[in-house]
Ligand binder design. Sequence first.
Ligand SMILES: Cc1ncc(COP(=O)(O)O)c(C=O)c1O
Length: 955
Amino acid sequence: MTPLSSLENHNEFIHRHIGPDEAEIASMLATVGSASLDELVKDTLPATILGGSPVALPDAVTEEAALAELRRIANKNVIARSFIGMGYSETITPKVILRNVMENPGWYTAYTPYQAEISQGRLQALLNFQQVVLDLTGLELANASLLDEATAAAEAMAMARRVSKSKSNRFFVDRDALPQTIDVMKTRAQAFGWELIYGTAAEAKDHEVFGALFQYPNVNGEIAELEGAIAAIKAMGGLTALATDPMALVVLKSPAALGADVAFGSLQRFGIPMGFGGPHAAYFATKDEYKRSVPGRIIGVSVDSAGNPALRMALQTREQHIRREKANSNICTSQALLANMAGFYAVYHGPVGLKRIADRIHRLTAIFAEGLKRVGVSVQTRHFFDTVVIDLGAKTHAAYEAALAAGYNLRHVSSSQLGVSFGETASRDDVKALWTALVGDAAKALDVDLLDQDRVTRLAPELLRQDAILSHPVFNAHHTETEMLRFLKKLQNKDLALDHSMISLGSCTMKLNATAEMIPVTWPEFGSIHPFAPSTQTRGYLELIEGLSEQLKAITGFDEICMQPNSGAQGEYAGLLAIRRYHEARGEGHRNICLIPQSAHGTNPATAQMMSMQVVVVACDENGNVNVADLKAKAEQHSKNLSCLMITYPSTHGVFEEAIREICDVIHSHGGQVYMDGANLNALVALVKPAEIGADVSHMNLHKTFCIPHGGGGPGMGPIGLKAHLAPYMANHVVAPVDGPHRGQSAVSAAPFGSASILVISWMYIRMMGGNGLKKATQTALLNANYMAKLLSADYPVLYTGKNGRVAHECIIDLRPLKAETGVTEVDIAKRLMDYGFHAPTMSFPVPGTFMIEPTESESKAELDRFIEAMHSIRAEISKVGAGVWPADNNPLRHAPHTQFAVIGQWERPYSREEAAYPLTWVRDNKFWPSVGRIDDAYGDRNVVCSCPSIEAYS
Ligand SMILES: Cc1ncc(COP(=O)(O)O)c(C=O)c1O
């Protein structure tokens, strides 16, 4: 009889997460010629790296059990009312956006819109986001999100250095900017030897600088006079950047009206939960003249093959995937989902609704301040929007504690000062409760209504904006829930995400993002926590982070985890920072050579540049492996100055290099450190620990291997694992420092634990899989990739294989011979896959003219077979072009993708409408219609438009 433990089915989730069942695994093993998963692993991975220490993780538990465990942890967080400010505010996520975007796999499982024809929905949402930013800042060009406000500040400073004509190496920083912003700027400035000069806005003119940053309104709520300071900096050839609060900008004069060159900030308070620090979208806007110097991703308007407006990512030649170490910035995974949500918040409320919210916030703040003034409290902020600093002298500590006891978190500014910031959720009851907490019985004399009758305000007319905002129809047409719901659905329908079909993007690991993993993200116990809340309120979060750190240590073998980086690229930055500080501490700060194999992802050289390191490229051999002889020669040549190697393992060529241990040894023998890019960790989990094969530090893309969904271009998390000798040098935080040997180190992100609220996803995944489940997942990822490689190789040569002809968890197929023979390009094939209902694999990375395919363990055999059949069918189509049956310029590949409109229109093509739209019978069952035809990239870059086009443009 079956034992009870089997009936309890503790491993249930493992079988929900992994695509093929046991029978399918057996049949696929037979196809690839392996007797078992264990044998496949032995056949594929170098013997030198197998056999390390086992992964000590608890056994798998069911979804319900994991959720119950996490619920107990969540309950240790205390939800208090947050009046701390400092860049994070209470906000209300409109429920229609919460359920239909944030909690909707149609939005959160999409990838970055590299295949624009099947991404028009989120591209439009991001364009709306840019339009919101343009309206609020008054500037001419906006990007579609950066990682957080503090990194946006560092980007503004770096851009100032690129465009400023000043010879100075000094940058002026408003001493009343957010402290975490200053901290992140310090980190960036140090690497380049830029000196930061601090002072009040009025003092800026006294310094020769290449740029300046002012906070508007500043951390204490003051709206300082900035026009004079801005003019003075500009007069000396410097660039001026304003860190701004978007809600304040709804009523205040725009940064452009003040003369600023750049404006940036966080759109968290546009409906995004605080989440203990993130994820949130930062924005960045500037003048058109700087468009080629702007950091991050820009969404632009172009035209499709029928001449209709169509959206795409513009000016990509500025970005790291093309410009590598010469890139403007290193934004790959950004905050797309949160940017979409913030844009939708503006669509939902419109200009009138937003003004009402902003005016209410200000009125409550003004009433609160006026009341305190009338009972004799000194209110120190003169002109403010939502934040005041009050002086309570000797009573400050008691008042802070009284507010805390009443459920309110305030900001301790000094021993005699408190800061109070109002958000969207604040009410007249909060004002009364805070009065009572702060002044006791004296509050009885105060009356909200009476003060309101006086129409108190601290916004003098000259501070207010006169221009209209959000006048585009999109912000004025969706204010009922029905309209909003349909607007969101309309956009969603234009996008292909994992809820439709597999997305086999190599190096991206588009695996299942299970619902049980996502559910806790929107629990208020995780969403409603300010990152600087007292530690007595965040015990649950600290337990979660500690627990996830232990899980990741068990998987990677590292001694420490730094949970701060918000993306893989930022993890690289944090890792190289630790390496640099390590060398400096040993008196070897001159070590600045970073060896990077030819095949590396663009973020690697871009990161090295952000650390002011010199990149030396190492050649790869004809099998795609690092050329060890070249590596040795370069390490020898640069021995004295060698800082590190950045290496991806298994490689971006999709193979396990046999020589990895030797490669790491070479670097160490020259005093260098090994940075292992963990983008491909999904091929190693529970088989090999990076720290045991030679890595000193490595990032883990939690948004790949550990199931955080890609969100249409972010959020992500890129924590790093470090060996003990590097741990003292990892990033820490100035406002909420983490105890440890790294005390005093400056930060890489605004929040101490990056985008903390999405860590629940990875925690849930690891908990529900257990050590055995994770091993099975890795083995199946290898099997799926080898199965794919085997069956596709009949039509498309697999470019690189490792030992025994095996590939790792992804494979590269070479499309160049077909192009040479028939003229059909990799782009044609990518677009044609859309007609079959598939997203193309990664195109032309790391080798031009190829596809890199990563099926992941979550795809079933049935889905893999459909993809393979589609690729075979496309191969047959290519043959027809090659044989002259279809002309080279008039065939279903060249015209792909086919829109509905194209197919029902006039038809004079040598292939049928049926062949265009339903090339295989099963396509009919689940047809995905691209909403635009092939997009003209060159046109879009020649005519950069990054604002919402008029409605007439679409007619
Ligand atoms: C090999 C590799 N390294 C680094 C990155 C950068 O990671 P992120 O997009 O999280 O910044 C990627 C992203 O695709 C990658 O594939």
